[in-house]
Design a protein around this ligand. Structure first.
Ligand code: ZN
Length: 444
């Protein structure tokens, strides 16, 4: 993952000229509840019959996968999938500062011989939307696969670094060269599955309650859950890493469920592909409009709020090194990159996006927005229409709690939300005003 994301710790940002008003986002407090799942015998029987599938997919080819995950899975007779960065030296440079090392080719081979599935995770683990020329893109997508194949690995799938889908060229190259692929979009896959796979991307906050929720959802729809893991470290330093105890907790939860452990290739061999999403016309195969990070590259994303006469370009804020660059906020509303937090998604994806603006700039009259009023995010001819469904005022410390809640609700209800945030009251800014919008196409 990119740098050390401080987002979950603190974002300080100046909202009013002359008034030092900061947004502080705190990580959601870990609630360790020993809630007993309320199940009676009938439900238990039903659960066992409904079934479903689960895959453990380990990204980046990290040494802790070999040293911690592999023995734990082998003990249980399970296999996993491995996303390997073909440029191993570059991978070492990137992942060593994150507290782990990488597996040797011999170790990768050992896992494949034990039945693990290998996928390509690009050549240099770079955000593909930042790769400008097609030759370099081909290297990331095609050469990476060739290198793995020269080493006699069977490679069917591509895992997008940072879940960044890049542009149309990227997507075409991936579709032409791979049988299926994975971003970091949250969700439970159906069976049979589309070629574009959705995931449960585990964060440092992973707890039993969350895992059980996802398992139940998978069992309910007899679907296929892909659990994505990275480093397993005694002392995690990134929000995408877990401790060995958390990892064991996940294994136990799966063990106690009715889900069957599978590899991606097993699912596709057994069930084939879901037909309706094979078209290569759209960069996003999902039937909803999505405006992703790469859409911000040419500065043509706009936010339109007709009832308060707002129409202006929307900028993207993401980290350069340790801190998020909020310099655009002086002149524009800013959307926080989904890469900055596990509780944010791209516009149009399930979950929530988060857009901030100074109250004295475009969000002066944000409090006038009424329920059911619409606002839009526009990119060229694409448009996502949101309908306001609520607005609240909260203390700065409570903002994060709200974002997390809306995001999780969005994921479980398969709704795509966005939160517009500014300071309130106007001119004083003690608190935060949050206006919640939900895409119209997903509303009942
Ligand atoms: Zn990765």
């Amino acid at each position: 993952m990119k740098g050390l994301k401080r987002f979950l710790l603190v974002i300080g940002l100046l909202l009013f000229a002359g008034v030092a008003t900061h947004f502080y986002f705190f990580p959601p407090e870990r609630e360790v509840k020993d809630e007993v799942r309320e199940t009676n015998e009938e439900e238990l029987i039903e659960e066992e019959e409904s079934g479903g599938y689960v895959t453990f997919w380990f990204d980046d080819g990290l040494l802790s996968t070999y040293e911690v995950a592999y023995p734990a899975l082998e003990e249980r007779g399970w296999e996993g999938a491995l996303a390997i960065v073909a440029g191993r030296e570059i991978a070492l440079e990137k992942f060593e500062p994150e507290g782990d090392s990488i597996m040797s080719w011999d170790q990768v081979r050992e896992l494949e011989e034990k039945g693990w599935e290998i996928s390509s995770h690009s050549m240099t683990h770079t955000n593909l939307s930042e790769v400008r020329d097609n030759d370099s893109l081909k290297k990331e997508i095609i050469t990476s696969k060739e290198i793995l194949e020269e080493k006699d690995f069977e490679v069917n799938s591509f895992v997008f670094p940072y879940g960044d889908p890049g542009n149309e060229v990227v997507y075409d190259l991936v579709m032409e060269n791979y049988s299926y692929w994975r971003l970091t979009t949250s969700g439970v896959n159906s069976v049979p599955s589309t070629k574009r796979l959705e995931t449960l991307f585990l964060t440092e906050c992973a707890d039993r309650e969350e895992i059980d929720k996802w398992i139940e959802k998978t069992e309910e729809k007899s679907g296929w859950l892909i659990i994505v893991l990275h480093s397993i470290l005694e002392e995690p330093i990134g929000w995408w890493q877990q401790t060995p105890e958390q990892f064991n907790m996940v294994l136990e939860a799966v063990e106690e469920s009715s889900l069957e452990i599978v590899l991606p290739k097993d699912i596709f061999e057994k069930y084939g592909y879901k037909e309706d999403c094979l078209s290569n016309v759209e960069i996003n195969e999902v039937p909803r409009t999505v405006i992703s990070e790469s859409d911000f590259n040419d500065n043509q994303v706009e936010i339109v709020i007709p009832s308060i006469n707002v129409r202006t370009s929307l900028k993207l804020a993401f980290s350069e090194g340790e801190e998020i660059d909020f310099s655009y906020l002086d002149d524009h509303p800013v959307m926080i990159s989904e890469n900055e937090s596990p509780f944010l998604s791209s516009l149009g994806e399930y979950g929530t996006g988060l857009i901030l603006c100074h109250r004295n700039l475009f969000f002066r009259e944000l409090d006038k927005l009424e329920k059911e009023e619409e606002f839009m995010i526009v990119k060229n001819d694409r448009e996502i229409v949101y309908e306001v469904f609520d607005s609240i005022e909260v203390a700065p410390d409570d903002v994060w709690e709200q974002v997390k809640e809306i995001h999780e609700k969005g994921l479980s209800a398969e709704e795509s939300n966005v939160i517009l945030m500014t300071c309130t009251p106007y001119g004083l800014g003690w608190d935060r005003l949050l206006v919640f919008g939900r895409t119209v196409e997903n509303m009942n």
